[in-house]
Design a protein around this ligand. Sequence first.
Ligand code: NDP
Length: 280
Amino acid sequence: MAAKIIDGKAISAAVKEQVRAEIERDKIKAGLAVVIVGDDPASRVYVNNKKKACELCGIQSFEYALPAETEQNQLLELIDTLNADKNVNGILVQLPLPDHFDEKAVIERISPLKDVDAFHESNVGKIMIGNYAFLPCTPAGCMELIHSTGVEVAGKECVVIGRSNIVGKPMAMLLLHENGTVTVCHSKTKNLAEVCRRADILVAAVGRPNFVTADMVKDGAVVIDVGINRLENGKLCGDVKFDEVSEKAAYITPVPGGVGPMTIAMLMKNTLTAARIQNS
Ligand code: NDP
């Protein structure tokens, strides 16, 4: 049986429309500052997409494109200025930064109230204890996609492949908050295929094209593919071998058109939340 495709484009459009409607209804003034350092082409595309989404939602966007040679102190000074700027409710520094930056110090400089990526230590801690204003955009987007299937997380075997601070770990935490039984896999995991085959809900955040094959997937599973990998032919491809896994899963996200658009939609939602908190 072929899997149902989870349409991240349509679901993200609905989330953005909801944000737009709330901003219009409640006459909210919301602003997002996006800082990009250097000229990484993938980062440029992400930043442009974020700007477009802001326009659509009625959020004012402020872009700061800094040269790759920018020094750490200059970036920290800019963040201080944005932290103090009343027109800016959310601050996003596009990662990765060039090698000479201390990313952790940069993230920690952003005011936790404006940290719409939810990467700041204090926001990460709040997510751990389940008392948060913002959720990190990509895992939050994955949860929306899982919810859209109607499959309940509670009591399900959930396997997350990947343990990064921005995707794998918070993803595991959100599944746990919804009472999933969660296993987190990584490069040292033994018998990975066997562990994955237990999953009713399988989330792949590895960064390796076509890594998850059909023999790693349980019949009828929900498969969420976070991976964005660019192949030599220039095409985008996920971490999941879509053709064969979609013959086995019940629900699957495509790449592109799955998790990617959701990340941006959740960023819009977080910016609205930040504006509400700061204006209240
Ligand atoms: P990282 O490189 O930070 O983490 C990758 C994880 O995969 C690590 O925990 C690593 O294990 C694990 N891993 C690597 N190789 C294996 C293996 N052979 N077996 C099991 N686990 C393995 O990546 P990110 O979490 O930042 O991103 C993951 C993917 O998601 C990338 O393709 C990225 O582009 C994409 N992404 C997509 C987003 C979206 O909006 N759709 C947003 C963010 C990321 P270990 O810790 O042991 O090294």
